[in-house]
Design a protein around this ligand. Structure first.
Ligand SMILES: Nc1ncnc2c1ncn2[C@@H]1O[C@H](COP(=O)(O)OP(=O)(O)OP(=O)(O)O)[C@@H](O)[C@H]1O
Ligand SMILES: [Mg+2]
Length: 265
């Protein structure tokens, strides 16, 4: 099972409107679930991001700083609950499309130390996959052994799962066509990098250090690529594509070439 595994990260930029708080992209979610259901023969894990559910609350309560004051405790609870709300929308749509998706809450089997995953118990996730179920996880607020708590991005989680479970491929869906040489939303001349090595990726991260985070607590595209490097080094193919365009996720899931960025060792 494991060697056929694909880890699909559905970006918060795809499944929500990141400019409007608590706004799911309902039609896009339904269309993606339908696409996944047409390619269902492979072993799959889905991780979704926070979008306009997770990021605004995490920022409001400064959760990425770790535990610094008591008002954050309610913020931790609210952020978790917002992620559960978004997760339910995803799961409802998945099940409507007959996908055997099972929600697994990351903070119940993962702890971080200084924002990096330290403890991870994969027995439950593996057991679900053995039964051909599709585990669905999400970027979450988690206990941190140094900071009290922290934010675990869906990107870090997806990359770690892919490594630990020996995935063959990781697909990252965002609201842009792939990795560009600069942010395509602010630079109309940005060009799409169809292929990248880890060296190219490292050079781009270095150049784009000033990548404006806006309301985002986990570093947007550069944060994403940073998290992918370890997986790419292990020989896992990473595809970054636009999940807002119909057909691209299903193309990538079936191993067909599609518009996007392939990152390889
Ligand atoms: N060089 C770049 N190439 C592509 N996108 C970039 C680049 N620099 C910045 N971006 C921005 O990164 C955004 C995608 O990252 P973002 O974290 O917002 O999405 P996401 O990971 O799908 O959402 P979430 O974090 O909620 O899961 C794009 O919308 C784009 O504007
Ligand atoms: Mg992100």
């Amino acid at each position: 099972v494991a060697s056929r595994l694909t880890v699909l990260k559905l970006g918060g930029s795809v499944i929500t409107d990141k400019t409007k708080e608590f706004t799911p992209s309902t039609e896009t979610i339904a269309r993606i679930m339908k696409e996944i259901s047409t390619t269902e023969d492979e072993s799959l894990i889905i991780v979704h991001g926070g979008g306009s559910y997770g990021h605004p609350l995490a920022k409001l309560y400064r959760l990425s700083n770790g535990h610094t004051n008591q008002t954050q405790i309610l913020g931790f609870a609210r952020t978790r609950q917002a992620m559960m709300d978004l997760n339910k929308i995803i799961l409802d749509s998945a099940i409507e499309n007959h996908l055997p998706c099972i929600s697994v809450q990351p903070s119940a089997f993962i702890r971080t130390r200084n924002r990096r995953i330290e403890d991870i118990d994969l027995r439950i996730v593996s057991g679900l996959m053995d039964l051909h179920m599709i585990p669905v996880m999400f970027g979450d607020v988690v206990l941190d052994m140094q900071l009290g708590f922290s934010i675990l991005s869906g990107d870090q989680l997806a990359s770690r799962l892919a490594i630990e479970l020996g995935a063959k491929r990781m697909i990252l869906a965002a609201d842009v066509d792939g990795v560009f040489d600069s942010d395509p939303k602010t630079n109309p001349k940005a060009y799409l990098m169809e292929r990248m090595t880890t060296q190219d990726a490292e050079a781009l991260i270095e150049r784009e250090k000033q990548d404006d985070r806006g309301s985002d607590v986990t570093g947007r595209m550069m944060g994403k690529i940073k998290e992918m490097l370890a997986a790419v080094e292990k020989g896992i193919q990473v595809v970054v594509l636009n999940g807002c365009v119909p057909g691209r996720i299903s193309n990538a899931l079936t191993g067909r070439r599609t518009i996007g960025t392939v990152i390889e060792r």
